[in-house]
Structures are given as structure tokens and as C-alpha cells.
Design a protein around this ligand. Structure first.
Ligand code: 3PG
Length: 213
């Protein structure tokens, strides 16, 4: 678990904990206390989505002030996003889908990428480009557990991080699959907990998530 992360790989990102929190932050002032709460609960791989104007600054302050956290960027869609998140200190990237251009941009810059796929053809493209550790997105909408079981036949070598519609209640079903290493989800960082500045609740949710098998 607590292996050296000097040269991080996508597999290490997936193997660190059962859940990668998908984080949407609008206020940079919340970044450091949120990251500390998640780390205190045992979750250190943090996916900050590039969906808000605060996202890059949030990565910068977490990188500077919470060295125990491994900050990554989510919703990375193109080479420009890759450059921006690297400049902000991101150590890994997660994308909702996959393009060869994105795969090449990450490889050229040495940024580990967890690319999103939702079909056999997308998996074939990612595999062709050397990506074996993939996000399955949107997991529930794209077929959930049954789809992952079906994909295991032709693609037994692929390790997935299902994301999208995963909850504390259904995460265990996914984690029990042989081709699932971890899941992604926003439930560790609820919108109302952020609004109420309730980091204690977030720490507790993170701690519960580490107990998932
Ligand atoms: C997302 O991109 O927002 C993630 O898939 C998180 O989905 P969730 O909110 O259903 O966990």
C-alpha cells in the first residue's frame, strides 16, 4: 500500500485505497481542510475535477500544503488540460473518455492517466495505445456490474475503476469483481457537507470508504 510514489503509475493510483474521491470545489479556501480531512480518514489519492474556475488553484494549495495527499486532476479532456494541471502540481489525470491525442499528451509529459471508457471499442483503442488501467464511466448508466462481468471475457487483462453512480451501498458489488481494483465517487465529498463546512463528516466518510473490500 504505502509504496514509494516517486514515479507514480496509474495502477498505484488505483491500488492505494478502495475509493478515489471525485471532488468538485468552488472555493479554494476549502481545498486544504478538505484534503486534510480525506487524508486523516485514510484517503490520499484526490481527484480534483477541472469543472470549476477554482480547480487549478485548489491543486496548487493542496500540493504545497498537504504533502501527504497525492493530488490529481479529473475531467482532463485534452492536451491543454494536461499542461494546465501539470503546471498546478497534479500528479495523475483522470478523463471521462479517451482519445489517442490525450493518451499521447499524457505519455509525452510523463503524467499517469486513468482514461475513461464505456465500450469494447474504446477499450480496444486505449489498449492499442498502451493503457490497461481504465476508468469505466459512467459506470451505472453504462451497464454497471453486468457490463463489467461481460467485459471480463474478452478483456481479462484490463483493471477498472468504475465511476458514476457508485455509492457506499453499491461499491462492494463492484469491488468484488475480479477486474475492479477501486471505484470512483463523489459521495465522499457531499455538496451539503462542503456547504456546512463539515470536514468531520467527510473524514468519517473517507474512513468508512477505506473499510470497503
Ligand atoms: C463524475 O464525473 O462526476 C463522477 O463520475 C462522479 O459521479 P458520481 O457523482 O455519480 O459519484
Amino acid at each position: 500500500m504505502m509504496q514509494s510514489l516517486v514515479s507514480l503509475t496509474a495502477k498505484q493510483v488505483m491500488q492505494d485505497a478502495p475509493v478515489i474521491p471525485v471532488i468538485v470545489l468552488h472555493d479554494v479556501a476549502q481545498a486544504v481542510p478538505l484534503a486534510r480531512a480525506l487524508v486523516a480518514g485514510g484517503i490520499r489519492m484526490l481527484e480534483i475535477t477541472l469543472r470549476t474556475s477554482a480547480a487549478l488553484d485548489c491543486m496548487r494549495v493542496i500540493r504545497a500544503e498537504v504533502p501527504e495527499a497525492i493530488v490529481g486532476a479529473g475531467t482532463v479532456c485534452n492536451a491543454r488540460d494536461v499542461d494546465a494541471c501539470l503546471e498546478a502540481g497534479a500528479r495523475f489525470a483522470v478523463s471521462p473518455g479517451y482519445t489517442t491525442q490525450l493518451g499521447l499528451a499524457c505519455r509525452e509529459r510523463g503524467l499517469p492517466l486513468l482514461p475513461g471508457v464505456a465500450s469494447a471499442s474504446e477499450i480496444m483503442q486505449a489498449l492499442n495505445d498502451g493503457y490497461h488501467d481504465l476508468k469505466f464511466f459512467p459506470a451505472m448508466q453504462a451497464g454497471g456490474v453486468a457490463m463489467l462481468k461481460a467485459l471480463y471475457g474478452p478483456f481479462a487483462q484490463i483493471q477498472f475503476c468504475p465511476t458514476g453512480g457508485i455509492t457506499a451501498q453499491n461499491a462492494g458489488e463492484f469491488l468484488a469483481l475480479p477486474n475492479v481494483v477501486c471505484v470512483g465517487g463523489s459521495w465522499l465529498v457531499p455538496v451539503d457537507a462542503l456547504a456546512q463546512v463539515d470536514y468531520t463528516r467527510i473524514e468519517a466518510l473517507a474512513r468508512q470508504a477505506t473499510q470497503l473490500l
